[in-house]
Design a protein. Structure first.
Length: 349
């Protein structure tokens, strides 16, 4: 019995590296992958998506859009989305299961809340424990009706509004998911929908909508943003290449900084200004990082990161207002901070 059990396991060995060298690509950005699929479904025509992240969460969005009548398939090295246009979704025959993907359920709720269709959403045990009030409240103002037997938890039935009205909504909690759900809902509403965010959040939705032809207006008031979208845009299909995820890149970056004789080039990493706090912090600490080959893809800043061994890191104070730009990277930053000279103070976590 023990022999059979042993044969079922894979042995993994780890040893100290003599240095990391070469060029690598890292997994693609999950947030942008979700949005590329959704925006492609709203365009009229074929959108081609290269380097889509093929993960369970992303496949939940794929399956949800298919249930709403969108033709999506993989062709060679790209994913193809044949959009149905703004408001062109059909009523699904079955419940849409979003698994563990909060992004899928919140953004898809936004899509259908201003369409005259009925949709039921559910998820796995974990997602069904998470209240959906933060997205239900603003979407209800469009005229959508939400019903649940579990205090605003999944499963939730959504009846999209037959005659949606534009809204102005002040985000009570900083959330890119809620902001995106409202903006997506506003696309199928006559007039202008506006979101006021008191703290800037990830703006992948705004950038991709603008890239595909939507009219997005962003007015800054101090640290706040007024973000408006005009209803019934004609979104153009396009070619989208999803950049590498900066959070995933943080681990090989840290390794290259810590291991002698390392020289690593990480290709096509997304450096959205609202997500680049980790790289900025490491450069302040004295890390040997060069940003090369900057360009824009689907509205997003993308670049190669050239990282070399950095033996003289010094501790820094990470300001509170940077926390939202690097919230996923604090654990790996703490590892690097332990190798640096002097204290590293992280505020606003």
């Amino acid at each position: 019995i023990l022999k059979k059990m042993t044969e079922c396991f894979q042995t993994i060995l780890s040893k100290r590296s003599s240095g990391l060298k070469g060029q690598i690509y890292i997994p693609s950005d999950k947030s942008i992958s979700h949005r590329a699929l959704i925006m492609g479904s709203l365009a009229i025509g074929k959108t081609s998506i290269f380097r889509l992240l093929e993960s369970d969460d992303i496949f939940k969005t794929v399956n949800g859009l298919k249930a709403l009548g969108v033709d999506i398939y993989k062709e060679s090295d790209k994913w193809c989305v044949h959009g149905v246009g703004v408001g062109g979704f059909c009523e699904p025959e079955n419940i849409i299961d979003c698994g563990n993907s909060g992004t899928s359920v919140r953004l898809l709720m936004g899509l259908v809340s201003t369409c005259p269709i009925k949709v039921t959403f559910t998820g796995d045990d974990s997602l069904r424990k998470r209240p959906m009030d933060r997205v239900i409240n603003p979407l209800s103002e469009f005229g959508a009706i939400f019903s649940s037997n579990h205090d605003s938890k999944l499963p939730i039935n959504v009846i999209g509004s037959n005659d949606p009205i534009p809204i102005n909504y002040n985000l009570q909690i900083p959330s890119a998911q809620v902001k995106s759900a409202i903006l997506l809902a506003g696309l199928n509403v006559r007039g202008k929908t506006t979101v006021l965010e008191n703290e800037p959040t990830r703006d992948h939705t705004e950038k991709m909508l603008k890239f595909l032809g939507a009219k997005i207006q962003i007015k800054k008031k101090g640290s706040s943003n007024n973000i408006s979208v005009n209803g019934f845009p004609k979104l153009n299909p396009g070619i989208i290449s999803v950049p590498g995820d900066i959070s995933s890149a943080s681990f090989p970056i840290a390794l290259a900084c810590m291991i002698p004789n390392s020289e690593l080039i990480i290709k096509s990493v997304g450096l959205n200004p609202l997500r680049d706090g980790f790289v900025e912090t490491l450069i302040e600490m004295g890390a040997n990082i060069k940003i090369q080959n900057k360009n824009f893809e689907a509205g997003e800043l993308v670049a190669d990161l050239h990282v070399c061994y950095s033996p003289n890191l010094v501790g820094v104070e990470v300001p509170k207002d940077r926390s939202a730009r690097m919230i996923d990277e604090y654990p790996i930053l703490s590892i690097l901070a332990a190798t640096a000279t002097g204290p590293t103070i992280m505020k606003g976590i």
